[in-house]
Design a binder for this molecule. Structure first.
Ligand SMILES: *[C@@H]1O[C@H](CO)[C@@H](O)[C@H](O)[C@H]1NC(C)=O
Ligand SMILES: *[C@@H]1O[C@H](CO)[C@@H](O)[C@H](O)[C@H]1NC(C)=O
Ligand SMILES: *[C@@H]1O[C@H](CO)[C@@H](O)[C@H](O)[C@H]1NC(C)=O
Ligand SMILES: *[C@@H]1O[C@H](CO)[C@@H](O)[C@H](O)[C@H]1NC(C)=O
Length: 585
């Protein structure tokens, strides 16, 4: 899990329900510690304020800056993240509005107080039914299957409003087959799950409630009101003096007047700020790292909405059979006057015998052995940028292209792999902040848009991007702004080097519990995923639909999908790098 990676550095969390006296004693301890360590370090002629500043930063964050209560500010107007960045142009503001509309989520009905748990959605009391096809329980390949879901609360009463986050898949373990379904919210407590029937034989419907509508409302509040629930830190060093301070992209408008270091990127305008160290100057920042998680975030009542095995990712039962048998295509229909119903929902692909078959465009090929991979990559430079989910692809491919040791930490990079015989170069670099990472040197901390501006491009250049997992905890404008800068750089790259292949990976499902839901819930990822697709459609880039590829697969959700899925993803990319000329027709 990504969080496992964070844990190594996220060691300044505060326990829930901290009380003042404990703070006082903590301070006393810190001062004692400081006094002793000051003495100790003075003796050795070294002064380090690392421990002080990190206690200071989490306390400061949670008490001074975020103690504010009151009404939620308007959705996309006055959140904390907008006022320190550049003003959007009128065109950008228009696009923002459009994007926010495409991801609008149904609101809870207005009521004086939050619903008690017993009136919230309970997946165990909820049921789905497979609807007959044209009045008969007979299905053929090419038909569309519909299942109707009725949600209930913990008292067994039907829900009367929508907004629950449901996902659906149709699968067949016998055939190694699976496809993501589309869920339609009827806004009255019932939902339809639609599936295209793509293979003959057995098929089983699986519908899962990821979060109740009430839980989604909490996540929405966290995203807008607690944008710094994941925070970062930087180490400053000059000679023997070092200090650590907290860094974030978003500051509330009423942030206490505190000296800041402004690391806004001059090229892209991406904002980034750290608290100014007490003794050192801003230009002595030497690294960037994960700082920690703010706590507590949920109220006691809200906590009940995020219980593993109760209302996080719980499968909904069928009121009747949950499986069907799909017959082969109806041949006789071709010549009859009755036309089959048009398929309303087209997924981006499906698994059959464990292999992903992609719809639309280049058919996916299998790259079974090392020589087929090498042959495909011959003469190519593959530039990978993003989070650890694209690093997984680098790692997979480095089994075929020998890694060149740049003496950088494996989980941080940059990484490089070279096959000079076949003229193959593979590169990986993490994206710029916010990135929850082990300490990365400021010299290696680059924005993807700037890296893209450094490429000449052309038919031998492949660019692979994956940015999502570290943006889930921020208001959407942070992600939109980042992707907009990348899109501008891609347009320039494609003009400069026509024939450059650009591959973009979408978000995937992750393993979730109460803790991880706060900052990495699939609901946040879903929203980023929709924004990403909308923003990059029509640009001639290839999407790797990690969202559907992890939903349709039988293996458990994980922020780092297991090797079986990674192989399918890389095969899909290779199919675009070296399309089969014969199959392309
Ligand atoms: C943002 O809010 C201000 C008033 O607070 C309003 O004048 C402005 O039109 C709003 N902008 C958008 C894009 O809604
Ligand atoms: C909910 O809405 C759907 C679609 O409009 C409708 O078919 C269904 O009967 C409604 N259910 C209830 C309980 O009103
Ligand atoms: C930070 O620097 C950028 C670029 O120089 C500037 O536009 C911005 O206003 C600065 N931010 C603050 C809060 O001073
Ligand atoms: C269906 O129509 C095609 C020509 O349109 C014809 O060749 C074929 O024999 C017909 N099949 C049947 C079963 O009638």
């Amino acid at each position: 899990m990504l969080t496992a990676e964070y844990e190594a550095v996220a060691n300044h969390e505060r326990p829930k329900g901290v009380i003042i006296s404990r703070h006082l004693s903590k301070y006393a301890l810190i001062f004692l510690f400081l006094a002793l360590s000051g003495l100790f370090f003075l003796l050795r002629n070294i002064l380090t304020l690392e421990n002080l500043s990190c206690h200071a930063c989490s306390t400061l964050l949670s008490q001074a800056a975020f103690a504010q209560k009151g009404p939620i500010p308007p959705y996309h107007n006055s959140t904390f993240c907008s006022h320190l960045g550049l003003e959007p142009t009128p065109d950008e503001a228009l696009e923002d509005r459009y994007l926010f509309n495409t991801i609008a989520w149904p609101k809870l009905p207005a009521r004086p107080a939050p619903a008690p748990l017993i009136q919230t959605t309970d997946p165990v009391h909820s049921l789905f039914t497979i609807l007959p096809s044209n009045g008969r329980r007979e299905w053929h390949v090419g038909d569309q299957l519909e299942a109707l879901v009725q949600m209930h609360d913990f008292q067994g009463r039907p829900k009367r409003y929508g907004g629950d986050f449901l996902v659906a898949r149709l699968h067949s373990p016998e055939l190694g087959a699976g496809v993501a379904g589309k869920v339609v919210d009827h806004l009255n407590g019932s939902y339809s799950a639609l599936f295209p029937l793509l293979w003959g034989g057995p098929a089983r419907v699986e519908i899962t409630m990821v979060h109740s509508s009430e839980a989604v409302a909490v996540l929405q509040r966290l995203r807008e009101q607690r944008p710094n629930r994941v925070f970062f830190k930087s180490l400053f060093r000059s000679g023997k003096l070092s200090e650590t301070t907290m860094c974030i992209p978003c500051l509330p408008p009423n942030y206490p007047q505190q000296p800041l270091c402004n690391y806004t990127d001059l090229h892209t305008g991406e904002p980034w700020y750290c608290l100014k160290p007490k003794l050192l100057s801003c230009d002595t920042r030497i690294n960037h790292a994960m700082g920690g998680y703010q706590k507590p975030l949920y109220t006691n009542k809200e906590e009940l909405l995020f219980q593993s095995h109760v209302n996080i990712k719980v499968v909904i039962r069928a009121s009747g059979p949950d499986r069907i048998s799909v017959l082969s295509k109806k041949i006789e229909l071709e010549n009859s006057s009755i036309k089959p119903e048009p398929v309303k929902y087209i997924p981006s692909g499906y698994y059959y015998q464990g292999s992903w078959r992609s719809f639309g465009g280049t058919p996916a090929r299998q790259f079974k052995d090392s020589s087929s991979v090498t042959q495909c990559l011959t003469g190519k430079v593959i530039n990978m940028y993003g989070d650890s989910t694209v690093r997984q692809w680098f790692e997979y491919l480095s089994a075929f292209v020998p890694e060149f040791n740049l003496h950088r930490p494996k989980k941080v990079g940059p990484l490089m792999a070279v096959d000079s015989k076949h003229n193959i170069l593979l590169k990986y670099r993490c994206h710029g902040p916010p990135i929850r990472i082990l300490p990365v040197s400021t010299s290696e901390l680059r924005y993807v848009a700037n890296e893209l501006d450094g490429l000449a491009g052309g038919p031998n250049t492949v660019v692979v991007l994956s940015l999502w997992a570290h943006f889930t905890s921020f208001p959407l404008e942070v992600y939109i702004r980042r992707m907009r800068h990348i899109r501008q750089a891609l347009v320039r790259l494609l003009d400069r080097g026509p024939g450059t292949l650009v591959v973009i990976r979408s978000a995937n499902f992750v393993a979730m519990d109460q803790e991880t839901s706060m900052h990495s819930s699939d609901w946040f990822s879903l929203q980023l995923d929709r924004v990403l697709r909308t923003m990059f459609t029509g640009l001639g880039v290839v999407f790797v639909d990690a969202w559907e590829m992890t939903l349709a697969h039988h293996l458990p959700h994980n922020i780092h999908p297991p090797p079986a899925i990674i192989k399918n993803m890389v095969d899909l990319i290779l199919s675009h790098v070296c399309p089969d000329k014969k199959m392309k027709s």
